[in-house]
Design a protein. Structure first.
Length: 40
């Protein structure tokens, strides 16, 4: 799998639907933070 192609496809999707792409990134980042912090 070519990483550059995947990144390009991701950028194309982001350009087409920026809000959904942004929300997806936010969810991924918050999920990583939660896993690092552990359960509340």
């Amino acid at each position: 799998m070519d990483d550059r192609y995947t990144l390009h496809a991701r950028l194309e999707r982001l350009a087409r639907d920026p809000w959904n792409g942004y929300r997806g990134v936010r969810q991924r980042v918050t999920a990583q933070m939660r896993s690092q912090l552990g359960p509340p």
